[in-house]
Ligand binder design. Structure first.
Ligand SMILES: Cc1cc2nc3c(=O)[nH]c(=O)nc-3n(C[C@H](O)[C@H](O)[C@H](O)COP(=O)(O)O)c2cc1C
Length: 316
């Protein structure tokens, strides 16, 4: 296998694949099990200052080309999450896993984000990921912080001041111009950008004559959103100089390569974890390695942003 290591904000990942937040990232044994699959990093479920029950069922539905969910950020709160993250670290160390640990936070206010970042930093993850982009709590909390450049900057600054760790700010595709939001996050001190969270959507049961999710609307994920994610990453890459964690619709090594060519340094995998299973996520790394061997790439780093290179015609 080629050398699959990548450096992200100066932190070395054994390979560019990362478990996205909210999928299999709810308990320490599950996170450690995914880490053992050969994935490069794992992200925990977003944790908020106080526990949240989330939305009533049905809250997740598989439809033709992916999933729609309105889990509503159910989580046990930061105090419990610090314990989960410490236990995850311990289990990962015990199994000698080189994978990196990313702790995701969510809050209802700027101060809440700072509080969550400060608390989870005590568990010494490698990164704090700042989820300002969940579309499923808008009915309860108003529009996400990631809808507005100034709100994005306020949260980014507050989190940056609250932690010694590098921070990844996770953006929403449900905006007019995601580049404007990415620039606001970068200017406010984000060490990296994650894009994208789920795409706002709805599925209607025509026999029942009403939306399927109890929350009515939800976030669409899986293969259906890959082109939206790839475009977002492509545009952000052209505008910012911080590295990008590209997420959305990735389920194979070739999908991951496409995301890296758009400009991602790391590639997140969410919905595909449902069918690959906790032990199967290493397959994406293996498929990337096969592609690299076929195409003569010595390192995944060589593929980052390659789709932006001028063609020979343009060069001339
Ligand atoms: C059931 C479910 C729960 C999720 N929970 C979170 C979460 O807690 N925090 C977060 O930042 N993103 C969350 N996401 C979004 C994913 O991390 C990811 O950005 C999105 O699903 C797109 O990637 P995918 O197409 O590979 O699933 C969730 C997604 C799903 C499907």
């Amino acid at each position: 296998m080629p050398d699959m290591r990548v450096s992200f904000c100066g932190v070395e990942f054994p390979n560019p694949t990362v478990l996205a937040s909210g999928i299999l990232g709810t308990t320490a044994p599950l996170l450690a099990r995914v880490a053992a699959s050969g994935i490069g990093g794992v992200t925990s479920k977003s944790a908020s200052p106080r526990p949240r029950a989330g939305h009533p069922n049905p809250s997740v539905l598989k439809w033709g080309a992916g999933f729609i969910n309105a889990v509503g950020l159910a989580n046990p709160g930061i105090e419990a999450q610090v314990k989960i993250l410490r236990e995850t670290r311990r289990l990962m160390q015990e199994q000698g896993s080189p994978a990196r640990l990313i702790a995701s936070i969510f809050a209802e206010s700027v101060d809440g984000f700072a509080l969550a970042a400060e608390a989870l930093s005590r568990a010494e993850p490698d990164f704090i990921e700042v989820n300002i982009s969940c579309p499923n709590v808008a009915r309860e909390l108003g529009r996400p912080f990631a809808s507005d450049p100034e709100d994005t900057a306020s949260v980014t600054r507050a989190v940056k001041n609250a932690t010694y760790l590098p921070i990844i700010v996770k953006l929403s595709p449900n905006v007019t111009d995601i580049v404007e939001i990415a620039l606001a996050a970068e200017e406010a001190g984000a060490d990296a950008i994650a894009a994208i969270n789920t795409v706002a959507g709805m599925v209607i049961d025509i026999r029942a004559r009403r939306p399927v999710l109890a929350n009515l609307e939800g976030g669409v994920s899986g293969p259906a959103i890959k082109p939206i994610a790839v475009r977002s990453v492509y545009k952000i890459y052209e505008a910012v100089s911080v590295p990008i964690l590209g997420i959305g619709g990735i389920s194979s090594g070739e999908d991951a390569v496409e995301m890296m060519m758009a400009g991602a340094s790391l590639v997140g995998v969410g919905s595909a974890a449902y069918w690959l299973g906790p032990d199967g996520l290493g397959r994406i790394r293996d498929e990337m390695a096969d592609f690299m061997a076929e195409e003569g790439f010595a390192s995944p780093t060589e593929m980052i942003g390659l789709a932006h290179a001028p063609t020979e015609d343009e060069d001339a």
